[in-house]
Each structure stands twice: as structure tokens, then as C-alpha cells.
Design a protein around this ligand. Structure first.
Ligand SMILES: *Cc1c(COP(=O)(O)O)cnc(C)c1O
Length: 497
């Protein structure tokens, strides 16, 4: 399997190169030349496997330059011992038709762990294959969850250094504490005065700056990315959608006779893109339901075909989705234009300079066939948390609530009553203040009092990675201007222009 860049089909690389470098040199994203498919027999075999075996089976199709031993090392390293009961992605039946895919049983309590527990293994294995013994410097822009999950995955991994930037006023108190207390000798965390898009743009600019790149090379270092622009982040996310289908197969052929829908609370479009790949591989997914919060740039795009980021940016109670530039949409457009690199590059260029672009009618009609887009206000998000708890005794976080709410709209407007898998992307305890307030409770001043109150009220347990933060030492409290990110990186690495 070879990979092309979304902006230049002449770039043709193996997966190890794509993963080690993160992004193509002209700024495009690496995409597999074709999507492998799974037969009925494959699915029957997968159904009998545990998560580690499913992971190996699926990754082997995409990472054909990895040996079986390497994949075994990566999958076991990631998924044995780091998730509750070694079940990284269990399905919870909320009702007969509604299945919640719980993706927050990992060490940082958000779905990012599913990919970021394995990425360090994939990346160090890739670097060995293609690298020249250089130290890998991982730069991360985070809306809250990626940062912590990447820090946890890469802490003290030999040959790596990791630097995380997050928007100062754009993450929850618990997310901030999670990052600022991170342990490890090779980690660094800095807040920026700006929003997530500023952080993401800053990181992309550093990545593609030739002066900085050569400076790093002189010092025997090179950049890579732990954001979902890295194929090594995306491929592992396909596994849990295939895995959820395998688990649904237990309910019998009749249950799945018309396939099922998947709902994903979306920001950067990485998670829902992984669901699209699972669909193309043969999982009988009907509609991909793309759920946004008030930053509803994707909802408008899926309706009109115009992607327009020139709009107000809202800071919401689902901060990991407060994004106006959904990076992974670029891969989707590459697929839907039949790998038209020139067209994709032109659209990305308009996005960069005018903040918008409009796709062709043909692409729009394909998008409409695959996706349903909807969004949810802050009030509705809170009301959904309360209703779901009152009705089912099941506690969801703010991001999952956006997904549940958009699913309700979808069902009402289409009458489609197929079984559904809703991606539950974070533990409610990461957003304890907002969840408690949604349940109609006064929110205590201290974050941990809120978590304890939530636990007492709902008779649910605070996950250990969160309760342990109460006594953890704060190691980082840096804030920088968005234009100073470059200097912060160089200074931390001990080199200067
Ligand atoms: C990152 C994140 C999202 C958005 O996922 P994308 O892949 O960026 O679309 C949704 N919910 C939570 C809790 C997240 O951390």
C-alpha cells in the first residue's frame, strides 16, 4: 500500500514515511492510494477476535511495510494494560436501537487515547525504518484532549520530545490541569493567547517553515505531528468502528438487515473520517451523521457546499469541538474528487487566503449521500445531558450530548429508525462543571468538589486518571502570544535562528 499527498499525487510514499513525517512537504495530507475491503469471511473472523487482534488485522491492510512482529508489538503495547478491563471500545446499549460506543476508557478519558496510545509505537517503529537516527520532535495543537493524550502516549519515549500548545481560555479546568501536571522528562506544555485554530495554524506554519526545518536537521532533529493530520492517528481510529460492527453482529442478521447509522461529535473531522473509511472497507454503515456545536461550519458546508470559516467563533461547553478549520475534510475532498490533487490544493489555497471555498455540485451530491449534518445549541446540549440521565440513568459528557441531540433531530426529520452507533468521546468527569450544571445543580468553586458532587448525585465513579489529579504537582504554567510559538519551540529545544 502506498500513500499520496492530497495536494500532489507525485508524492508517493510508504506508510512508515507518512507516519514519521506526519505531513507532506507541500502541506498536503497523506492518503492511501486505495481503501482495502473486508469480505464477509473477514468479518466473521474479526468477530471472534479481541481488540488487539482486530487492531492487527486492520492495520496490516494499511501498513503493509510493517512486519507482523512490529504490528504485534505496537498493538499489544497500546491496548494491553492501558484501558479499563482491556476493553478499549465497549458498546453500551442505551435502548434497543441506540448503542453508545464508549471511547473514554483510556488513560486520559477521551477517545484520543485509542489512537494516541498506539501512535508512539507506530511512530518510533516508522522512524527506525525511514529515519536516520534523528530525534523526533512532536508538535501538538490541542483543543484540550489531544494534548493530554499525546503527552501521556509520548512521555519518556526514547528519541522523542513533545511540545503541546493549547488555547488559554478554550479548555476545561480539568483538561488544563491534566496537561499542566504531565509527568515525563521529554514533555513541554504552553498555553497561547488565541483559540484552537490559532494554535493549529501556528503549528502548521512551524512545520512547513524551511528555515526552522533545516535548523532542526542541523541539530539532528525533525518534526512530526500527533494531530489527526498524521495517518498514524487516523488508521487506529478505523479499528473501533469495524470493532463496533463486529460487536453488533451478535444481535443477529435481522438487527442489521438495513445496516446502521453512525453519529460522531465532530471538530477536526478526523473521527468521522475514520468512520467513512470503515464504511468504505465494508462495514454496513448507512449514514454518517456529523454533529457540531454552535461552531457549525460543517453543518452549513454539508448543506450548501460552501465551506466558510469567516464567522464568529464560539467558546462552548464542548470545547474539543470549538474548531472552524476542520483539517481532515481535505482527505474527504480528495476521496470524493477521485484523487484530484490540483482541485484539492486550489480549495485549500482559497481557504487559506479567503477563508472559504465552494465544492462542485458533483462533490456536494456525493457528500449529501454519505452525510447528514446537524448542530446543537448550548441549551440543547445541557438539556440532552439531563434528559438522557433522567430517562436512562446514563451519564454523558457535553460532546456526546451534542451527538445524541443531533441524532434525535436526524431521526425526527428522516424517520430513519435503523440501529445507530453514537461515538461517546469523553468521560463526563472531564467536564464535571458543565455536566453538573446541566443536571440543574449548583457548581462548587473547586473542580474536585464538582467531580465529587457529580459522583454522589449520579452514583457513578470518578475515573482514576481524574481523581489522581487532585494531588498532582503543577509543572507548567506558561502562556505565550500566538505569534511567539516559533520562539517558544526553538528556545525549548535549545536552538536559535
Ligand atoms: C477531539 C474531540 C472531538 C472531535 O473529534 P475530531 O476528530 O476532531 O472531529 C469530539 N469530542 C471530544 C471529547 C474530543 O476530544
Amino acid at each position: 500500500m502506498l500513500y499520496n499527498s492530497t495536494r500532489d499525487n507525485l508524492q508517493e510514499v510508504e506508510s512508515a514515511y507518512a507516519i514519521a513525517h506526519g505531513i507532506s512537504k507541500e502541506g498536503g495530507l497523506f492518503v492511501p492510494q486505495s481503501i482495502p475491503t473486508l469480505s464477509k469471511e473477514d468479518f466473521i473472523a474479526l468477530k471472534e477476535m479481541n481488540y488487539v487482534e482486530r487492531a492487527k488485522y486492520i492495520l496490516k491492510l494499511f501498513l503493509t511495510d510493517f512486519s507482523d512482529e512490529e504490528l504485534d508489538y505496537c498493538a499489544k503495547g497500546a491496548y494491553v494494560g492501558s484501558f479499563d478491563n482491556d476493553l478499549p471500545a465497549p458498546l453500551y446499549a442505551l435502548s434497543d436501537k441506540v448503542n453508545i460506543l464508549e471511547l473514554w476508557h483510556g488513560p486520559t478519558c477521551a477517545f484520543k487515547d485509542l489512537a494516541l496510545q498506539i501512535l508512539p509505537y507506530l511512530l518510533t517503529t516508522s522512524s527506525k525504518k525511514v529515519g536516520d537516527g534523528k530525534k523526533t520532535v512532536i508538535l501538538v495543537a490541542t483543543s484540550g484532549d489531544t494534548g493530554k493524550a499525546a503527552l501521556e502516549g509520548f512521555k519518556d519515549v526514547a528519541g522523542t520530545e513533545i511540545i503541546v500548545f493549547y488555547p488559554n481560555d478554550g479548555v476545561s479546568a480539568m483538561q488544563q490541569l491534566q496537561m499542566n501536571t504531565q509527568k515525563g522528562e521529554n514533555v513541554y506544555v504552553c498555553a497561547i493567547e488565541g483559540n484552537f485554530d490559532d494554535a493549529q495554524t501556528g503549528v502548521k506554519n512551524i512545520f512547513t517553515n524551511d528555515d526552522i526545518k533545516s535548523l532542526l536537521a542541523e541539530n539532528n532533529m525533525e518534526f512530526s505531528s500527533a494531530n489527526s493530520i498524521n495517518w498514524g492517528r487516523l488508521a487506529p481510529q478505523i479499528i473501533y468502528y469495524i470493532s463496533s460492527y463486529c460487536d453488533l453482529m451478535d444481535k443477529g442478521d435481522d438487527y442489521l438487515k438495513d445496516g446502521f447509522n453512525v453519529v460522531v461529535p465532530t471538530g477536526n473531522f478526523g473521527n468521522i473520517l475514520a468512520a467513512y473509511y470503515a464504511r468504505q472497507m465494508g462495514a454496513p454503515i448507512n449514514k454518517l451523521i456529523c454533529a457540531s456545536n454552535s461552531n457549525n461550519v460543517l453543518t452549513d458546508f454539508l448543506k450548501s457546499g460552501t465551506y466558510d470559516r469567516n464567522r464568529d467563533f464560539y467558546t462552548t461547553i464542548s470545547p474539543s469541538m470549538d474548531i472552524l478549520i476542520s483539517s481532515n475534510l481535505e482527505r474527504m475532498l480528495y476521496e470524493l474528487t477521485g484523487h484530484n490533487d490540483k482541485q484539492v490544493a486550489a480549495w485549500q489555497n482559497s481557504l487559506k487566503y479567503d477563508g472559504k471555498y465552494t465544492v462542485t455540485d458533483e462533490v456536494l451530491s456525493k457528500l449529501k449521500e454519505l452525510f447528514y449534518g446537524g448542530y446543537c445549541s448550548e441549551e440543547r446540549t445541557s438539556a440532552t445531558i439531563k434528559n438522557t440521565f433522567d430517562k436512562y440513568g446514563y451519564l454523558i459528557d457535553t460532546h456526546t450530548a451534542v451527538a445524541v441531540s443531533v441524532y434525535e433531530d436526524y431521526k425526527e426529520s428522516t424517520g430513519d429508525n435503523r440501529p445507530v452507533v453514537i461515538a461517546s468521546t469523553a468521560s463526563p468527569y472531564k467536564f464535571a462543571n458543565s455536566v453538573l450544571s446541566a443536571l440543574g445543580q449548583d457548581v462548587p468553586n473547586k473542580e474536585f468538589d464538582a467531580a465529587n458532587k457529580l459522583s454522589g448525585l449520579t452514583i457513578t465513579t470518578i475515573p482514576a486518571p481524574i481523581s489522581e489529579l487532585e494531588t498532582a504537582t503543577v509543572r507548567f504554567s506558561n502562556v505565550c502570544k500566538k505569534d511567539d510559538m516559533k520562539e517558544v519551540v526553538l528556545k525549548h529545544l535549545g536552538i536559535s535562528l
